[in-house]
Design a protein around this ligand. Structure first.
Ligand code: AMP
Length: 444
């Protein structure tokens, strides 16, 4: 995390002790640049539009001052986000940071049972994190949400919300809030079109633009590559070959269609990989389960549509593969921003058909970035890698073998005596067995 060049720590903000305690517990040593700029302004009542590169700590930049300045009477904070995943992630962040405080925190989004959420709403939440559509459902159908005590309204991933056509929904929701409140807008990308919409909504935030590269906000710790392919069938083979030689903890592979997330997931599973799909047709529980499995390392590959390109914070993702081209260059930024979180090193590979090479030039020009060519690993490299992995696997097995086991000793003697097989030959058979049945099936 880029937070070294300052001597200010969280104590300087004069946050409540209960917040300092949890910050300490989580292990944040110093505020990140966006936190450094935004926290004092927010504590002092300013409206802000924060623009910062993805993974820069923007969630805590607004959660901390909000928690510091609200009380647990009535509804005091509303956060609007474009996706269910983000709603849940932000709710979890609120829960984490308010560990030593007593707030009732609720997330509202489609896919969860309406009546259960209604029941939760009746319990007077202090903080609501919602997707616009679901919140509007409640506003229209039940006159249950009371905005009279709102102090903070946050629009997170504001560009995405406006691009997704939520402008009128946001307008509609804000029209319900009659009292003066502090508005906080956050975005990884920003352009004049978005600024105009913000002005039209009569929001006049102070812009804090901390992006290193104001055109694209891509952190420097993400190394970007492209791989050319000519035939469609090569694309899948190249992918499998890359997965075999790349060293990664977790990968997100972005594809164009919901169907293909399932198909590719099946294909990779057959090749011995632990993977799951993620698309908007899947029910919410399964979506959350698959994301959490990637977080916990239960799977290490997630094959997703652009539903996963925004805001998801999974720290261990060290490789992002753009298997299909994103529809919009902005999605390219968001997709690759799933890696390189917290200043970790991230790598991205974009698959591109030779005939689409112009798109690659356009993407680089438009975003002012350089994407270097990478070649798919050849057979020699793959075999070398396999040799190393196999040796490690065998070492691991040998550590577990009990050489005094009578049962196995008897079998060995039987094979030596009965079939007159020598030791060397037996070792080869054993190696062959391990290679075909354990190594290839499990992609060690
Ligand atoms: P965000 O940009 O809000 O998605 O945050 C990206 C990651 O940075 C999250 O995993 C946070 O836990 C982490 N983070 C946020 N603030 C800090 C900080 N001050 N020091 C270290 N890590 C942080």
């Amino acid at each position: 995390m880029n937070n070294i060049n300052n001597n200010i720590n969280f104590y300087n903000f004069k946050l409540k002790n209960k917040l300092l305690k949890i910050i300490n517990e989580i292990g944040y040593k110093k505020p990140t640049p966006i936190q450094l700029k935004c926290i004092p302004l927010l504590l002092n009542g300013f409206n802000i539009l924060g623009v910062a590169e993805t993974g820069s700590g923007k969630t805590a930049a607004y959660i901390l001052p909000i928690l510091n300045n609200i009380s647990n009477f009535f509804l005091q904070c509303l956060v609007l986000v474009p996706t269910r995943e983000l709603a849940l992630q932000i709710k979890n962040n609120f829960i984490l940071f308010s560990k030593y405080m007593k707030f009732n925190i609720l997330s509202l989004y489609g896919g969860l049972k309406y009546n259960i959420q209604l029941y939760e709403l009746k319990k007077n939440p202090n903080i609501i994190i919602a997707t616009p559509g679901r919140l509007i459902d409640y506003l229209k159908r039940n006159n249950i949400i009371n905005f009279n005590n709102i102090k903070f309204v946050v629009l997170d991933e504001v560009d995405e919300m406006f691009c997704k056509g939520f402008v009128n929904d946001v307008k509609f929701i804000l029209s319900y809030i009659k009292k003066k409140y502090q508005i906080i807008l956050f975005s990884a990308t920003i352009c004049n079109k978005i600024r105009k919409i913000i002005n039209k909504l009569n929001l006049s935030p102070k812009e804090i633009n901390l992006s290193l590269n104001k055109i694209n906000n891509i952190p420097k710790n993400i190394k970007q590559y492209y791989c050319l392919f000519y035939l469609y069938k090569d694309k899948l083979n190249f992918l499998i070959n890359f997965l075999e030689i790349e060293q990664f903890k977790a990968v997100i592979i972005f594809v164009k269609t919901k169907n293909y997330t399932l198909k590719l997931s099946n294909l990779l599973e057959k090749n011995g990989y632990n993977c799951s799909p993620l698309n908007g047709d899947m029910n919410q529980n399964l979506r959350e389960k698959n994301i959490n499995n990637l977080r916990k390392g239960i799977i290490n590959i997630l094959i997703a549509t652009d539903i996963a390109s925004r805001g998801l914070d999974i720290n261990n993702v060290d490789l992002v593969i753009n298997y299909d081209l994103p529809l919009d260059f902005k999605y390219y930024i968001h997709r690759i921003g799933r890696t390189g979180r917290c200043n970790n090193i991230g790598k991205t590979i974009l698959f591109i058909n030779k005939k689409d090479i112009k798109i690659l030039y356009f993407l680089q020009k438009k975003l002012n970035i350089k994407i270097n060519r990478i070649y798919p690993p050849n057979k020699k490299i793959i075999l070398e890698k396999r040799k190393l992995k196999l040796i490690n696997l065998i070492k691991k097995y040998f550590n577990k073998i009990n050489i005094n086991n009578i049962f196995f000793k008897d079998i060995l003697n039987l094979i030596f005596n009965k079939y007159k097989i020598n030791n060397k030959y037996l070792n080869l058979i054993l190696l062959n067995y391990i290679y075909n049945n354990i190594f290839l099936n499990n992609r060690w």
